[in-house]
Ligand binder design. Structure first.
Ligand SMILES: Cc1cc2nc3c(=O)[nH]c(=O)nc-3n(C[C@H](O)[C@H](O)[C@H](O)COP(=O)(O)OP(=O)(O)OC[C@H]3O[C@@H](n4cnc5c(N)ncnc54)[C@H](O)[C@@H]3O)c2cc1C
Ligand code: FES
Length: 357
């Protein structure tokens, strides 16, 4: 089971005024645990005035760079991102869980594929990791990146992308779409909507030969892009998503009255396996599996508690649960019985779940 490890900050620099790129080195012999797959993220934890916050940040380094690096953009009023941008220094120690996430496809050195990446703002981080890894490990594949930002000043990794383009002439194409800054080509100004994608596919992007598309950015933008991709023939299995924050809160929890809560009908016997040990608890049906595990002193993994990151994934082996929000698991995972435990509420009187699978 994933646990927190110490990482030393070996470098930190600004990529734009409001974003830092942080290089990290695992200490205490945990380097092997931080071997990542391109597109994965790290979940950090830190105490802010006695309250532990957990936040996930995607790895922006490619597999062949030999470094562990994340990019953190400051969110107005955001606790962790502001701290990282203003107080974090070289030499500091931070705590993070080993890499997680399934925002990637398998790399095949013999493949000759066309990839399409869409990123909005800080959503570039996992796409950059995928893009760099693909360019070095699939020498015959090509990558087109559509990168949306407010203006030129807010483009993270702008110079690095320019260098990559020059190094990979003919294999990497980068299209910057700027919301407010006018560009020579009118189509490249404005928001990335379904309609704009359709125009890009008509004139700038060879959508018919695209094998896989990766999308990471604000939710409305992701939905528009996905709709355009589907309308142009891509199947769901060819579209990979990574969501940083959901605009939609999870569905309101079922209300159970005080008398109901006490009654046996609204309680579930849950057997929860974590780190090889199984604990059987009795929990109310209006409590999530994750909260029930935490309330019973089990060290279950979690980060966003909003159905976005998948850190809390577990597998239901017996009984039924209802997942009230799911922005992270793919259909094939749900079919195999995986659920986001922060969003999963028992429906049956007995459930058996396993965090170790
Ligand atoms: C899998 C995953 C990977 C991620 N990777 C990255 C990454 O590589 N780089 C990066 O900069 N961030 C990334 N994020 C987002 C990051 O985890 C935090 O949500 C973000 O930094 C805000 O945290 P905070 O503590 O600063 O703000 P909080 O104190 O949590 O929030 C402050 C305010 O900002 C709003 N808010 C929260 N998150 C966002 C957001 N993403 N955009 C706009 N408003 C927001 C909240 O509604 C609130 O009003 C990722 C998230 C996930 C789930
Ligand atoms: S903790 Fe992020 S999905 Fe459950």
């Amino acid at each position: 089971m994933a646990r927190f490890h110490d990482l030393k900050v070996t470098d930190i620099h600004k990529t734009i005024r409001d974003a830092v790129v942080v290089t990290l080195k695992p200490v205490n012999g945990s380097a092997a645990e931080f071997d990542f797959i391109q597109g994965q993220y790290l979940t950090f934890r830190r105490d802010f005035d006695g309250e532990e916050l957990r936040r996930s940040y995607s790895i922006c380094a490619g597999k062949d760079e030999g470094i562990l690096q994340v990019g953190i953009k400051r969110v107005e009023g955001g606790a962790f991102s502001t701290w990282a941008n203003t107080d974090l220094k070289v030499g500091d120690t931070v705590q993070a869980m080993p890499p997680m996430g399934s925002f990637h496809t398998a790399i095949d050195p013999a493949a000759e594929k066309q990839y399409l990446g869409f990123a909005g703002g800080s959503g570039i981080t996992p796409v950059l990791s995928i893009l760099k890894t693909t360019l070095t490990r699939e020498p015959r594949s090509r990558f087109t990146l559509v990168y949306a930002n407010k203006g030129v000043n807010t483009i993270m990794f702008r110079e690095e992308l320019e260098d990559l383009k020059n190094l990979n002439m003919g294999r990497l194409n980068v299209i910057h779409i700027l919301e407010t800054d006018a560009q020579e080509i009118e189509l490249f100004t404005g928001l990335v909507t379904q309609e704009k994608c359709a125009e890009l596919f008509a004139r700038w992007i060879d959508i018919r030969n695209t094998d896989t598309a990766f999308i990471c950015g604000p939710e409305p933008m992701m939905l528009g892009i996905a709709a355009a991709l589907r309308a142009h023939g891509l199947e769901d299995r060819q579209i990979k998503f990574e969501l940083f924050a959901s605009a939609q809160p999870g569905r309101i929890k079922r209300k159970v009255s005080d008398t109901d809560t006490a009654s046996q009908a609204n309680r579930t016997k849950a057997s929860i396996t974590l780190d090889g040990a199984t604990q059987t608890i009795t929990m109310p049906k209006d409590q999530s599996i994750l909260d029930a595990a935490l309330d019973n002193a089990m060290d279950a993994p979690f980060a966003c508690k909003a159905g976005v990151c998948s850190t809390c994934r577990c597998r239901v082996l017996k009984g039924d649960v209802e997942m009230v929000a799911n922005h992270a698991l793919e259909d094939y995972e749900v079919e195999k019985g995986y659920v986001l435990s922060c969003q999963a509420y028992p429906l049956t009187d007995t459930v058996v779940v396993d965090y170790d699978q």
